[in-house]
Design a protein around this ligand. Structure first.
Ligand SMILES: NC(=O)c1ccc[n+]([C@@H]2O[C@H](COP(=O)([O-])OP(=O)(O)OC[C@H]3O[C@@H](n4cnc5c(N)ncnc54)[C@H](O)[C@@H]3O)[C@@H](O)[C@H]2O)c1
Length: 251
């Protein structure tokens, strides 16, 4: 129960879904967790779950698209918990739409959250990690950042950007001891998968059947991958892409 004992972890979008489960698992494994989210009620509830279970966590209201928010949150995390060892750039939104119907403002909003949000996290957390000579950044990409999927031009472009941004930052920061890796889940059973089923007009069982293993993933499947990358078990891994997709992209 101490795979990340003593580490300080910042998790964006920690109010629900993958972020919530990951925050709870990292706390269970000994980390002090800074849960950030644009949704204050959800983020506060995650922190309550953690503290009720005997873990340590604090909530910070945070819009990942705002540089001023990142500056404020990173300062407050240092005051409250200390210098972050781990950053999980998890906050993101999903969109399925034919390319010729995507509104340019929706495109910009998604890029702002899914791409600029990750960039700002790297910009504001990695200088602190550099100073302490170590750190691990875990960026949530997707299988949509690796393969093409109909209706996924906007979302896929954002997750492809996260995939390559991860490798660029990994190379730049390797000598400083700061690791940067990306995760590539297929469908995981959160509100995003509900949106996917609804928008594609398919029952969730059909989404399950897309995965050779026979079902979509659970938030825990991603949380355990984050735990490994956050821990010192993965110190030789940087610039890697870890695929969690029940065999989807192996076909
Ligand atoms: N669920 C899936 O099928 C799936 C698959 C591949 C990748 N992912 C990626 O995993 C990550 C988490 O997905 P999820 O399924 O848990 O999503 P979710 O919709 O359940 O949760 C997303 C969280 O991000 C927060 N958020 C949204 N915009 C924000 C902003 N501007 N600033 C701060 N917080 C914001 C929301 O309030 C919410 O708590 C996303 O980056 C997503 O693209 C999810």
């Amino acid at each position: 129960m101490d795979r990340v004992d003593g580490k300080i972890a910042v998790i964006t979008g920690g109010g629900r879904g993958i972020g919530q489960t990951t925050a709870e698992l990292l706390a269970e494994e000994g980390a002090q967790v800074a849960v950030t989210d644009i949704d204050a009620d959800a983020g506060t509830t995650t922190v309550e779950h953690i503290t009720d279970a005997g873990g340590e966590a604090a909530f910070f209201e945070h819009d990942v698209t705002s540089e001023a928010d990142w500056e404020r949150v990173v300062d407050k995390v240092q005051d409250t918990l200390g210098v972050p060892d781990v950053l999980v750039n998890n906050a993101g939104i999903y969109q399925i739409e034919p390319v010729d119907e995507i509104d340019v403002d929706d495109w910009k909003n998604l890029m702002d959250i899914n791409v600029t949000g990750v960039f700002l996290g790297l910009k504001h957390c990695t200088p602190l990690m550099r100073e302490q000579g170590q750190g691990s950044v875990i960026n949530l990409s997707s299988v949509a950042g690796i393969i093409g999927l109909s209706g996924h031009t906007c979302y896929g472009a954002s997750k492809g950007a996260v995939r390559t941004m991860t490798k660029d930052a990994a190379i730049e920061l390797a000598e400083a001891g700061v690791r940067v890796n990306s995760l590539h889940p297929a469908y995981i059973d959160t509100q995003m998968a509900d949106y996917g089923a609804e928008t594609l007009g398919t029952p969730k069982e059909e989404l399950d059947a897309m995965h050779p293993i026979g079902h979509m993933g659970e938030p825990e499947d991603v949380a355990y991958a984050v735990l490994f990358l956050a821990s010192d078990e993965s110190t030789f891994m940087t610039g890697s892409e870890m695929v969690l997709d029940g065999g989807l992209t192996a076909q």
